[in-house]
Design a protein around this ligand. Structure first.
Ligand code: BG6
Length: 491
């Protein structure tokens, strides 16, 4: 198969940090079709050769073994081309079309790695120039819009020019091997599925914590904040993966139908729960892994009196037969104590205890998504020798059990150099596989659910707590979860 991949935003942060390194890895793994051209598109004037040099230099910043050797980059670079384009200028799209027609291919992928407010403009120009043929696919980076209204507008415009099966909406968490493994754990094993329901589970926690701050992305983050950046998409997609019913088959729509049902079952917000079940925060100066870092309001491109949240913790429920009454806690933040993405499933205690467990603890299934990729099942066992058992004949409870763990490390088992998220998703977009991309109705349901929160925050009445960098967020997040009788897993 021959292809051309047009990378709008070709010199931007996302292009050189994620997309081009992923394309290079696919080239290295010999999964990138050889008869393919990658055309970077940006406003700057430069030649193909200048673009290759620029990307060559930038890829030297890629971590460790993923950094290209000179000889292999030179080979890969033969697939790189460049087209300067003012995204508002029709004639520039004409020039792009000419460049594409010089080298006709089976498939053309338009990858929009630009700011989302440009998506409609680009689509309209692609349509007007006739660059939306049947052999074209379009890849859209998140966030798709700023709220429900802009999300609908973007989706409506894109759908004017492309059919749903041509549209690939990225949520890169779905491309992570650990997240795909979550589907395998649930639907490729019969062991856990009967246990994942209200009769056995007492609560579920999803934590996506990062130690990094916002780096050079101040202006973007000011417009976005943690709710739009992480909760509306990544965290909700994980919630869907853990809460959805088994799909009828492995086709994209069967999976998306089930995820959609979960999103539509989330408890709607009320004036009361907007106050009691959500905590938002912003990091102040502190120490992250022993290094002093500044507060969010002092970051470049951030207003000194910024009200943007860098942390969100919330409680919700999935109102259906399987999950009614089970709280789902979601939490994300920048400049937190640790980098960690995990899902913790807390099981109910035994119905009639005849043993004691430390602090009355119950079983847990912890799914580690990153940096560790694995799974741990927390059980209890009797470790003491019989003679050490207290001779308290008056007690009706047996001895204190010891916590033990069944621990699986998928990096050790499968290697840590598995196909990365962007590499997986790019290859899927090239081969037309939509399973790991988000359908418009799913996205809309997720925006509809966060919309009341955004509106509430716009009034300025909701508190914004600060937390020192290097901690687990504002103390109010602990209070929120404790009020329902639970605690965050790290406590
Ligand atoms: C992106 C967000 O979608 O995901 C970033 O815009 C965040 O703010 C990143 O840092 C986290 O992704 P990962 O793969 O590093 O967990």
């Amino acid at each position: 198969m021959s292809f051309q991949l047009v990378l709008f935003g070709g010199t931007g942060d996302l292009a050189w940090r994620k997309i081009l390194p992923a394309l290079f890895q696919a080239y290295r793994h010999q999964t990138l079709p050889k008869d393919g051209r990658i055309i970077g598109v940006a406003r700057d004037k430069m030649s193909d050769e200048d673009f290759r040099t620029l990307i060559g230099e930038r890829l030297q910043n890629v971590e460790g073994e993923k950094r290209p050797e000179l000889a292999e980059f030179t080979e890969f670079a033969k697939q790189l081309f460049y087209q300067s384009c003012d995204l508002n200028k029709s004639s520039d799209y004409g020039a792009l079309k000419q460049k594409l027609e010089e080298h006709p291919t089976d498939l053309c992928v338009m990858y929009l790695a630009t700011a989302p407010h440009l998506f409609t403009t680009i689509c309209e120009h692609l349509g007007a120039t006739g660059l939306n043929t049947e052999n074209t696919r379009i890849v859209l980076e998140k966030p798709l819009g700023q709220n429900l209204k802009t999300n609908r507008e973007i989706n409506a415009t894109v759908k004017n020019f492309f059919s749903e099966k041509q549209i690939f909406r990225i949520d890169h968490y779905l491309g992570k091997p650990s997240v795909q493994n979550l589907f395998a754990l649930r639907f490729g094993n019969s062991l856990f599925e009967p246990l994942l329901r209200r009769d056995t589970v007492s609560s579920i926690q999803i934590t996506l914590s990062e130690q990094i701050g916002i780096s050079t992305r101040g202006p973007f983050y000011e417009q976005t904040g943690a709710l739009r950046d992480m909760i509306q998409n990544h965290a909700l997609q994980l919630l869907c993966a853990i809460a959805m019913e088994p799909p009828i088959n492995a086709h994209a729509d069967a999976i998306r139908d089930e995820k959609l049902k979960v999103l539509r079952s989330l408890t709607p917000w009320t004036a009361q729960t907007l106050r009691s079940d959500i905590v938002r925060g912003q990091y102040s100066a502190g120490l992250v892994a022993g290094v002093a870092v500044k507060g969010y309001a002092q970051e470049v491109g951030v207003a000194a009196n910024s009200q943007t949240e860098t942390f969100v913790a919330l409680k919700t429920e999935v109102n259906n037969w399987r999950w009614a009454g089970v709280p789902f806690y979601l939490r994300t933040g920048k400049r937190m104590a640790e980098q960690d993405a995990r899902i913790v499933i807390n099981f109910r205690p035994t119905p009639h205890p005849i043993f004691q467990t430390p602090n009355g603890a119950a079983n847990q299934l912890v799914i580690h998504l990153q940096p560790k990729d694995g799974m741990a099942l927390h059980l209890f066992a009797q470790g003491q020798a019989l003679s050490a058992t207290p001779k308290n004949t008056a007690s009706t409870l047996g001895p204190l059990l010891s916590p033990v763990q069944l621990d699986l490390d998928f990096d050790k088992r499968f290697g840590s150099d598995r196909v990365g998220a962007y590499e997986r998703l790019l290859l899927d977009a090239l081969s037309g596989r939509l399973n790991l991309f988000v359908r418009s109705d799913e996205q809309e349901a997720a925006w509809a659910w966060v919309e009341p929160i955004l509106q509430d925050w716009e009034t300025g009445d909701a508190p914004l707590h600060t937390y020192p960098s290097g901690t687990w967020g504002p103390s109010q997040s602990k209070v929120m979860i404790a009020s329902a009788g639970h605690h965050w897993d790290e406590d």
